[in-house]
Design a binder for this molecule. Sequence first.
Ligand code: FMN
Length: 392
Amino acid sequence: MKKTVVLGVTGCIAAYKACEIVSSLKKLNYDVRVIMTQNATEFVSPLTFETLSNNKVVVSTFEKNREFNVEHISYAKLADIFVVAPATANVISKIADGIADDMLTTTIMATKALKIICPAMNTAMYENPLFQQNLKKLKDLGYLIIEPESGPLACGDIGKGRLADPQDIVAEIDKRLTPNPDYRGKTILITAGATEEAIDSVRFITNHSSGKMGISIAKAALARGAKVILIHGRVSEMLPDLSSNIYVKSTEDMYKEVIKNLDKCDIVIKAAAPSDYKVKNFSKEKIKATNINIELEKNIDIAAEVGKRKDNKKLIIFAAETSDLLKHAKNKLNSKNADLVVANDVLAEGAGFNVDTNIVTLIKPNGDIISLEKMLKTKLADVLLDNILLLD
Ligand SMILES: Cc1cc2nc3c(=O)[nH]c(=O)nc-3n(C[C@H](O)[C@H](O)[C@H](O)COP(=O)(O)O)c2cc1C
């Protein structure tokens, strides 16, 4: 899933620096939701944050035109991390005292996410013992404080109180949300699930693929900083919340979408089970005959087509077999010009379709074979991504 940063912006000069925080987080592929205090809107317009975050900005707890029914609770739950930057002396003290009298303080009280507070204020305000007591309260409660810097302040004074460098704040958020960013900068096209081949307007041919493997890879790749284009047919698993999810029905539809998106990606992982055959004479009318004879014809081979046009991209394919696993898998690797084949015997207990585990063997063009033990598809997704990074 795309991770969500809820960013609280409060009423101080440094509010404009929150614009840089929002646009940097967006570039890192995070969903950013901004909550402003009423006083923050005196410094920067909500429209600026709406444009940068591509999300509605919330100021009032009692907003009539709201996105969610009980908005402060929805935002509190949406947050993978809750950041207040810049945070005024007023807001910090209110949070420390358990006051919830506006949208920002109410939502932060309701969230269970990690909270990061970035104070910004005049030195005298910062050094005020009442403020220091409140800041300590938050620290002791596990809030992460990114201390302000020393230097010239907007009021003309020189001292501690300037908001920490926005890029340091972004780096801290990123480190917490993406601890292993080894796929950052890479775009992965992943196919998942089963396709459907229409017989008539009512019936279709499909297969047992649940999409679990492809969806697990998509989620793992996202967590490691990749951009993911997920092209999927029928699936029985929760999809990652991606604007780039593409739903297709037939193998032909999947082929068209894969080719359309091929240039955008560095890696193609074909974890779907597209039907090898399609119905030759599709009937728009529901077929009434008691003995239906369906003539099938070969579908386009998506993996082979990608193999022909892949240039420097890496192509990883799955081979679901029921006999002679290694022989068939090696043939597929060569005939489709793939860089790695993930072979599994779908008849083996704990492997294949519609189960949470898989038992696979990885085969590389240089003949290297890695046999992996039975493991959860969620774990296998990461092991597979580790191995893809090692491909030369
Ligand atoms: C020009 C100007 C600059 C301000 N800068 C700060 C600041 O850097 N830090 C701070 O804590 N308060 C600052 N304030 C005071 C806050 O705006 C004030 O305490 C307000 O009540 C904060 O509201 P909020 O915490 O709900 O956003 C500033 C006020 C003005 C008029």
